[in-house]
Design a protein around this ligand. Structure first.
Ligand code: PHE
Length: 503
């Protein structure tokens, strides 16, 4: 059918140059003009298929047209209710009257109910005793004739008054529809052969490519999403930051030990054993095993003495030292625990001190109340630089270059407090979208109470800075709830569709 209809349209265009009104087309399967709405919908399908190949162009005209309801269609087939009532009866004087109950049995509930009244009104039937009888030998079933006309033309020559009556009787409804004016397109031909979408080896060898028609490329079409793995935004930003560190000559620190001891996470950094960060409310402690092995005794001795009694120009905390507190196992609360291991190794180098630039990006754990911007675990980015005679200006300079490479040009520093650094600086960046300064990290020069027990020469300074990986990732990808980034509410589809590179 579709094929025959396309051919009909093309042939009509060939012979008549254009089709003024598609309602005048004689449908191949109907043998009648395509006057009803359904016919035009079929024609539209054919037109769309042809116009996608630029074989035709068409204009659309809106019309409203009448179509039969199922009840109307029934009447076209079997006659109106009143006609069916009339034909069920005997003509007066020629047979016995029929009771209403009997009539119901013959024509059904609906027809006997609606049809009797109309047949009476038309003067077609009358009463005889308790029964009903035909009064006229012949009738004209006007309703059936009218509905037949509506079915084939969508309208009635007799006019709106009768149409309105048929609508009221729910035999027809008004439907909006369309018809079309059709012209030849730029690729017009009477052949309905499908245009080629690909040039094949066969076409080249047979030479059929010379005469074939080709489907145009649709440059507006969206590509098919590729299947395969995708990187999580955090991993992408991690890679970017890692590259910045590598460009700046930093080496990556090993950070695989999520479990640390109180000694390496806090004591080695000169964080007092009574510091609130070490409380259960802030740190996750292990219950099994509970205790770490002892660190190297001489270093342990120097650290505990510095805490308790001072040294290296410090008076210490003057609080009793707890061996147990130091050996508690915990989930590291910052990657500075890993930095402490590395700095200790660096200080203990047998062939003397060598400057170092180290970084790490890995996971840390804090016993936080979780909300839109806090989870109990996140990633820290940390940089550490050790050299002789470094100054605070070196630290600030490093951070300016680092943040600039991350796309953050405007940075500001504010004095802050850290148990292990002095001076300490909080880092603020200007957020153009929020139009305000936001805190992006923390930094400082590590204290001599931390560095000298490790064995660093007195003139060696170490500075460091840390930031979260989640904060810049959320800003980059316009995410305002951390749960869309990490955890079970992350949409895999969102991960797959997130841009590979942000500019
Ligand atoms: N460890 C600090 C934090 O958790 C970051 C930091 C690293 C600060 C190194 C100073 C030096 O916020």
């Amino acid at each position: 059918m579709a094929e025959a209809l396309q051919r009909l349209i093309l042939d009509s265009l060939q012979s008549g140059d254009f089709i003024n009104d598609t309602r005048s087309l004689i449908l191949p399967d109907k043998g009648q003009p395509a006057e009803c709405l359904e016919d035009q919908i079929t024609i539209l399908g054919a037109l769309n298929s042809l116009s996608s190949r630029e074989m035709v162009k068409y204009d659309t005209h809106d019309v409203s047209s009448h179509v039969l309801t199922p009840e109307g269609a029934q009447i076209v087939k079997d006659g109106s209710h009143e006609a069916r009532v009339w034909s069920a009866l005997s003509l007066k004087g020629q047979g016995a009257p029929i009771t209403p109950v009997q009539l119901k049995g013959i024509v059904g509930d609906e027809a006997s109910k609606v049809g009797q009244g109309r047949a009476f009104k038309n003067g077609w039937i009358g009463k005889e005793g308790n029964g009903l009888i035909k009064l006229v030998p012949e009738i004209q079933d006007a309703t059936q004739v009218e509905l037949q006309e509506v079915a084939s033309t969508g309208s009635l020559k007799a006019g709106e008054k009768i149409l309105a009556d048929l609508r009221k009787r729910k035999l027809i409804v008004l439907k909006k529809g369309q018809w079309f004016t059709v012209h030849k397109g730029s690729q017009f031909s009477t052949s309905t052969a499908k245009p080629e979408t690909d040039l094949t080896a066969d076409m080249l060898t047979s030479g059929s490519w010379k005469t074939a028609t080709y489907k145009k490329y649709n440059f507006e079409a969206e590509g098919i999403p590729t299947t395969g793995g995708a990187l999580h935004p955090l991993l992408k930003v991690r890679e970017e930051i890692r590259n910045i560190f590598l460009e700046m000559g930093f080496a990556e620190m090993p950070t695989q030990s999520f479990v640390e001891s109180g000694f390496w996470c806090f004591d080695a950094l000169f964080v007092p054993q009574q510091h609130p960060a070490r409380d259960l409310q802030d740190t996750f402690y292990l219950s099994d095993p509970k205790q770490s092995l002892d660190p190297e005794p001489a270093y342990y001795q120097r650290v505990s003495e510095t805490h308790e009694y001072g040294g290296f120009g410090s008076v210490g905390y003057r609080a009793p030292w707890s061996h147990e507190e130091s050996r508690k196992l915990l989930l590291r609360t910052h990657t500075t625990a890993s930095s402490a291991h590395m700095l200790y190794k660096l200080a203990a180098k047998y062939d003397g001190f060598k400057p170092a630039k180290l970084f790490s990006i890995d996971r840390v754990f804090r016993n936080e109340t979780m909300d839109a911007t806090h989870l109990a675990e996140f990633h820290q980015v940390e940089g550490v630089v050790a050299d002789r005679d470094l100054t605070l200006a070196d630290l600030i300079g490093f951070m300016r270059v680092f943040f600039k490479k991350m796309g953050i040009e405007k940075v500001r520093f504010k004095p802050a407090y850290n148990p292990y650094t002095e001076p300490s600086l909080e880092i603020f960046a200007f957020h153009p979208m929020l139009n305000r300064w936001v805190e992006v990290g923390n930094s400082g020069m590590f204290r001599p109470e931390m560095l000298e027990p490790m064995g660093f020469p007195k003139d060696v300074r170490v500075h460091g800075w840390g930031l979260s990986l989640e904060r810049p990732t959320m800003i980059r990808y316009g995410i305002n709830n951390i749960r869309t980034l990490v955890g079970h509410k992350v949409s895999i589809e969102g991960i797959e569709r997130s841009p590979a590179v942000m500019f």
